[in-house]
Design a protein around this ligand. Structure first.
Ligand code: KIV
Length: 272
């Protein structure tokens, strides 16, 4: 049974703001390929994030830093071909927007033109304000990302909870207000104390989508491969696993291996 307060044929940036004002929570999951995106979209998930977590999940890198703009465009265009309803947000990868606003705009235009994505997401606050304004001025919707920003992992040194100290919490609130003021349509808040995240969500009119940020925000995002239990070496407290696909897939592959070796597969009805 659907618990949506209003049916949306296509989710837009405006729908998300409307959901927040109607008190309807927003669902967001990652996808990096056509097949997964088709399932996520048809399940009614509001937003699909083509995250730079593809660098970890799809390519096996330790961090999100190595993924390139060309690779993000490849993933995003595969997702776009599958989607009928969800809003598709595409991460600008590390190195494609940090140096100056012109580069940030050029990278965003490439994403919109070459993948057909609906919006871009950038990590950071006031240090990238001019880049965000430049992208927005070109008519490209922007989602912000504050708190734990994995592209800065070598600056932080760890993936632990951010903004536990007052100074960092205050900066985070200022950054969220700035993102709203310049015209972002939503903000991701990653791994921050639930109380702070709730305060941010109550302070701004645009939706706050949390990951490890508690239930007081306007929506939730998880990495699909993690919530399906396909990855099993990553066990943060905030992760709810809905399946144990690592075990189920391993069993299926073992069964197939046995069936081939024992000549059980293919049988009479599985051949021409
Ligand atoms: O890349 C990603 O998957 C993300 C989410 C964790 C929010 O940015």
């Amino acid at each position: 049974m659907s618990v949506a307060k209003k049916e949306y044929k296509r989710v837009t940036t405006k729908s998300l703001v409307e959901m927040k004002s109607n008190g309807e929570k927003i669902s967001m999951l990652t996808a990096y390929d056509y097949t997964m995106a088709k399932i996520v979209d048809s399940a009614g998930i509001d937003v699909i994030l083509v995250g730079d977590s593809a660098s970890n999940v799809m390519a096996g890198h330790e961090t999100t830093l190595p993924i390139t703009l060309d690779q993000m465009i490849y993933h995003a265009s595969s997702v776009i071909r599958a989607v009928e309803r969800s809003l598709v947000v595409v991460d600008l990868p590390f190195g494609s927007y940090q140096s100056d606003p012109k580069e940030a705009l050029r990278s965003s235009i490439r994403i919109m033109k070459e993948s057909g994505g609906h919006a871009v997401k950038l990590e950071g606050g006031k240090e990238i304000k001019e880049s965000i304004k430049r992208i927005l001025n070109a008519g490209i919707p922007v989602m912000g990302h504050l708190g734990l920003t994995p592209q800065s992992i070598y600056k932080f040194g760890t993936y632990t909870v951010r903004a536990k100290e007052e100074e960092e919490a205050e900066k985070l609130i200022e950054d969220a207000l700035m993102l709203e003021r310049v015209g972002c349509f939503a903000v991701v808040l990653e791994k921050v104390p639930a109380k702070l995240a709730k305060k941010v969500a109550e302070s701004i009119s645009i939706p706050v989508i949390g990951i490890g940020a508690g239930g007081g925000v306007d929506g939730q995002v998880l990495v699909t491969h993690d919530m399906l239990g396909m990855t099993h070496e990553f066990n943060p407290r905030f992760l709810r696993r809905y399946l144990d696909l690592y075990a189920d897939m391993t069993n299926a592959f073992k069964q197939y291996n046995d069936d081939v070796k024992s000549k059980d597969f293919p049988n009479q009805s599985e051949q021409y």
